[in-house]
Design a protein around this ligand. Structure first.
Ligand code: UD1
Length: 367
């Protein structure tokens, strides 16, 4: 069986790590072999958003780097679609696996669907119910093209059922949890980020802002940054590893932070330690809302809705949008919830997905 994996953006590099390890483990068992081909679309190309993740997560060099780079939604997605199709025509895989909800995800799925290659979607069924987000369009379309839908949570399974998708759906847990379990101890041994930044346990807030809905809306971005500055001014150090998209917008709009501390994007291992030791986390990232929950650090989400509803329902995550007062109040309150919920599985999501994939392949061959 030949499987093509398509990744391209930072959160997808974190998800592919455990999948490649699970494929190796599967092949070592001597069962029907999975030959894996890795495509990097090049959606993220800065070393700090791409290369460092491959190194730290010990991911093999991609077999293809399509070098697509940045552009408008259509330019980027269209360019990927063309280049992925060319690889699929050459490689003729039995399955294509796509991850999450980025433009890379949609392009990979669409290229495969048009060539009648079955698709497995990792992180299926997530919904924000906000179609203004490019990610929401990407998720819905990808789910409706997929044969195997790997859901991290029960609400994700229900979302699919509400859209009439019940076949090929498996709740497997969250592959990002697999990653956190595997790499946390490694981070403790290898990362010196806290000393490098002069931070100690729980004496700072960690912030990230990169979503188009926040960066492209000048008023939202201005309000979020001013909340970060106010929190820092009132005495809690705020560390903001900055996404290039946010840096570019801040410079276009001439926005500067005077109290919160902006640093370069950090590696995966550094980010794990920064999250684990934070007093609170403020973010508009989906992955970081979950990671905050894995570490049981109170999370303040700079959005009006979330796909990760269980983090809110369990009390660990507060949705605050972009209102200065609400952001500051929620950070001060640091809402915490119960300790033992395991909405995201037990850390075997990758292994389960590869087992399902292998079973589905056996079924197709025997028919
Ligand atoms: C993308 C995903 C988003 C995901 C995020 C993770 C889409 C629609 N969005 O958003 O869901 O949460 O990745 O980080 O796919 N840039 C650089 N260097 C890079 C990459 C980007 O400078 O290596 C800058 C460029 O100015 C670019 C901008 O960041 O135009 C946005 O990059 P893009 O890949 O379009 O989206 P992200 O905001 O990274």
């Amino acid at each position: 069986m030949k499987l093509v994996n398509v990744v391209g953006a930072r959160p997808q590099f974190i998800k592919i790590g455990p999948i490649l390890r699970a494929i190796d483990a599967h092949n070592e068992k001597g069962e029907a072999r999975i030959d894996e081909v890795l495509i990097h679309t090049g959606q993220h190309y800065d070393a700090g958003l791409s290369k460092i993740f491959f190194e730290q997560l010990q991911i093999k060099e991609p077999d293809y780097n399509l070098g697509v780079g940045s552009g408008t939604q259509a330019e980027q997605t269209g360019e990927m679609l063309k280049r992925i199709e060319a690889v699929l025509l050459d490689e003729k895989p039995d399955w294509v696996m796509v991850y999450g909800d980025t433009n890379t995800t949609l392009a990979g799925a669409l290229a495969a669907a048009k060539l009648h290659i079955p698709i497995a979607h990792v992180e299926a069924g997530l919904r924000s119910f906000n179609k203004l987000m490019p990610e929401e369009i990407n998720r819905i379309l990808t789910d409706h093209m997929s044969e195997l839908l790997f859901c991290p949570t029960q609400p994700a399974v229900e979302n699919l059922a509400n859209e009439g998708i019940t076949s090929g759906v498996h709740q497997v847990g969250d592959v990002m949890y697999d990653s956190v379990l595997h790499y946390s101890a490694i981070a403790e041994g290898q990362s010196s980020i806290l000393e490098d930044l002069g931070l100690s346990n729980k004496n700072y807030a960690l912030a990230t802002v990169h979503r188009a809905e926040n960066t492209d809306d000048a008023s939202r971005l201005r309000r979020i940054l001013s909340a970060l500055d106010r929190i820092a001014m009132e005495g809690l150090e705020v560390i903001l590893p900055i996404h290039p998209r946010t840096r570019n917008r801040m410079s276009e709009l001439e926005l500067v932070l005077t109290h919160a501390r902006v640093i370069e994007p950090v590696s995966y291992l550094d980010m794990l330690l920064l999250q684990k030791n934070a007093h609170a986390i403020l973010t508009d990232s989906g992955g970081i809302q979950k990671e905050a929950f894995f570490f049981r650090v109170p999370c303040v989400t700079l959005r009006d809705e979330t796909e990760w509803v269980e983090t809110v329902e369990s009390g660990w995550n507060t949705l605050v949008g972009a209102d200065v007062e609400t952001i500051c109040r929620a950070t001060e309150q640091r809402a915490t919830g119960g300790g033992d919920a395991s909405f995201y599985g037990e850390g075997h999501a990758a292994e389960e997905m590869i087992n399902h994939l292998s079973d589905s392949m056996a079924l197709i061959t025997s028919n």
